[in-house]
Design a protein around this ligand. Sequence first.
Ligand code: PLP
Length: 386
Amino acid sequence: MAGITGAEAEVFSRYTAQARALGSVNLAQGIPEGRLDDSLGQALLDSLGLGWQYVDPRGLERLRIAIASRVYAGAFRTEEVLITSGCTESVTIALQSLAGRWSEDRWGAKVAFLEPFYPYYPGFAELAGFEPVPIPMHDGPPALDLDAIERVFSNGVRILLLNTPHNPSGWVITSDEAHALRGLLERYGVFLILDDAYHGFVYSGADSAGAARLVESNERLLVAGSCSKLLSATGLRLGWLLGTASALKRAHALHMYLTYCQPGPLQGSAATLIEQRRPADETMLAAHYERKRDSLVAALRAAGMSCSSPRGSHFVVADYSRLAPRVAPEDFALEFARTVGVMSLPLTPFCAPGSAHRRLRFSFSVDQGTLDSAVDRMTEGAGRGL
Ligand SMILES: Cc1ncc(COP(=O)(O)O)c(C=O)c1O
């Protein structure tokens, strides 16, 4: 795969700028809907007393307790939580903490992840000195291809970086898939890094117990997650890495070299918000996103694209091949933004180089008004025959 150029990391801001230039509704970037109240601002004011000096590099104890007990329902202990500056840092240090572990291995160092993949994954792998190995998912309704996973494990992959709920496909691991995957991880001694950035964004009908079956504290597991989507606050830059003391040890050391600690008042306010979360709030938020998902899926289908309804995360992947079979995704995304007024993201940066596809990613995490206007534009466009 191509090395790190920065272009893959810029893709979100590039399409956002193009959406602005064309006056189209921006469904390209997956920024969550703004917070629905000012509870974060209030919690920050209440936390200012924590001051602006260094705090414990493991993170504020209150926040670590809140994450272990509330977000992961006691599956991890407070000592097994490291606070980071977001899932980006968590995945970076998780991978870097494993660098060198298999240097004597005849296979070389490889990290596998599902394709389509979050565009930063190949770069995360390469920064840590690993060869990235994408494993295509089954299409249609997306699903794990367990045979393909076993093939890469038996070819020397020692780390699986797994994202569920999945960006971009919306796949959510089922209990059966989790059970089978655990068997493979154990059989081949593969280390699992679970990217849980979309924790809780699981919609009705999906199996919400699958990820929990993977999140049992063991020596070959690190769980990366973040307040970005959980608290609808991507700018808070707070995340976590969870694992046993031995699994976390090197990541903790790297964290002290990289960012050392996150601001105390921000951690205090995140702790307050997580402590205040009630199961009913989580259900309400998921139901709110689910309604937005349904209206986006209906509008995309009315516009002539085909898509399955995602079971989790913030995105719909739509295939436009019936509309323009010969047009490249980059051209179609821009043309769709010009003529219909809705900007999406071509799926290309989520795929291995050279993959031939006719797919776009649309985000439904935008606020209701923005989504309604995208849906109206697509419905009107469909009426005009696009
Ligand atoms: C799958 C995935 N992992 C990690 C991240 C990074 O999250 P953070 O904002 O916590 O750094 C994102 C952000 O969109 C994501 O989609």
